[in-house]
Design a protein around this ligand. Structure first.
Ligand SMILES: NC(=O)c1ccc[n+]([C@@H]2O[C@H](COP(=O)([O-])OP(=O)(O)OC[C@H]3O[C@@H](n4cnc5c(N)ncnc54)[C@H](O)[C@@H]3O)[C@@H](O)[C@H]2O)c1
Length: 257
């Protein structure tokens, strides 16, 4: 569905070449964004297909690709600076995240830190850079952090991943308190099982997906676009009194046992 709820908003999305980030960026165009900055370590979608920027161009919305490794603070600062061309970022979506080939109770230290450097450091750097620019430009912006149902409920096969996403949920709450006086809202989105390359290729998670599907009240996996719409709502003024939440978008899975 196309709307104009993001009219006038400059949207920056990390990890936007593939999967959920790609859908968030494309949906921002469908919801009338003024300009979109697509950011990732590579422009090629992991699942294949045309680059996100090409899809957005079809909507006639100004779009840029900015190569960014979110674990590198100076690269994230440069990404947010790139939004100045359009008047500064209004909606920052810190979506980039990874899973590990070998997660669990015996996760090795190097892998653990590598995951944290993307899922936590990268999320923090993104929120900080956006908040700094929003404050400097006097914008009542919206920052959306990508958590997971795995950050609200633990799973033995994803000890590092769950730890990182639980951190993202609390980062949203704490940042909401820190930035609320400046009119900046910070929320997390916690997707359930969404059909992306990450889901299909993460050991353990891929095998568990069918079981999750059967237990999900809606009896299906989520589509990346459905996360895109939740993020669009949090980025828009329709959610102007919403801050500090973790919005669960999981087809009801975490509501049942
Ligand atoms: N797919 C799911 O079921 C699911 C569920 C809950 C949460 N999530 C979260 O949603 C987000 C997106 O997941 P997805 O399923 O679309 O994954 P994906 O692997 O399909 O896409 C992730 C994108 O992030 C990029 N990326 C990886 N490391 C990066 C880095 N250091 N800097 C910048 N970009 C980087 C990748 O290149 C890729 O394009 C992640 O934070 C993930 O943890 C996914």
């Amino acid at each position: 569905m196309n709307t104009n709820i993001l009219q006038g908003k400059v949207v920056v999305v990390t990890g936007a070449a593939s999967g959920i980030g790609r859908a968030i960026a494309i949906n921002a165009a469908k919801h009338g964004a003024k300009a979109i900055i697509v950011s990732d370590i590579s422009e090629t979608p992991r699942e294949g297909g045309t680059p996100t920027t090409h899809e957005i161009e079809a909507f006639g919305v100004p779009v840029r690709f900015h190569k960014t490794d979110v674990s590198q603070r100076e690269q994230v600062d440069a990404l947010v600076e790139a939004a100045a061309e359009f008047g500064g970022v209004d909606v920052m979506v810190a979506n980039a995240g990874i899973t590990l080939r070998a997660d669990g109770a015996d996760v090795n230290e190097d892998d653990f830190h590598r995951l944290m450097s993307v899922n936590l450091d990268g999320t923090l750097f993104s929120a900080q850079a956006a908040a700094r620019q929003m404050k400097a430009r006097g914008k009542a912006g919206s920052i959306v952090l990508m958590a997971s149902m795995g950050g609200l409920s633990g799973a033995g096969m994803t000890v590092a991943y769950s730890t990182s996403k639980g951190g993202v949920v609390l980062m949203a709450k704490a940042m909401a308190d820190a930035l609320g006086p400046d009119g900046i809202r910070v929320n997390a989105v916690a997707p359930g099982t969404i059909d992306t390359h990450l889901l299909r290729t993460s050991p353990g998670i891929a095998e568990a997906a069918e079981g999750f599907r059967q237990r999900t009240p809606l009896r299906r996996l989520g589509r990346p676009e459905e996360i895109g719409d939740a993020v669009a709502w949090l980025g828009s003024d329709l959610s102007s009194y919403v801050t500090g939440i973790a919005l669960l978008v999981d087809g009801g899975l975490l509501s049942v046992i």
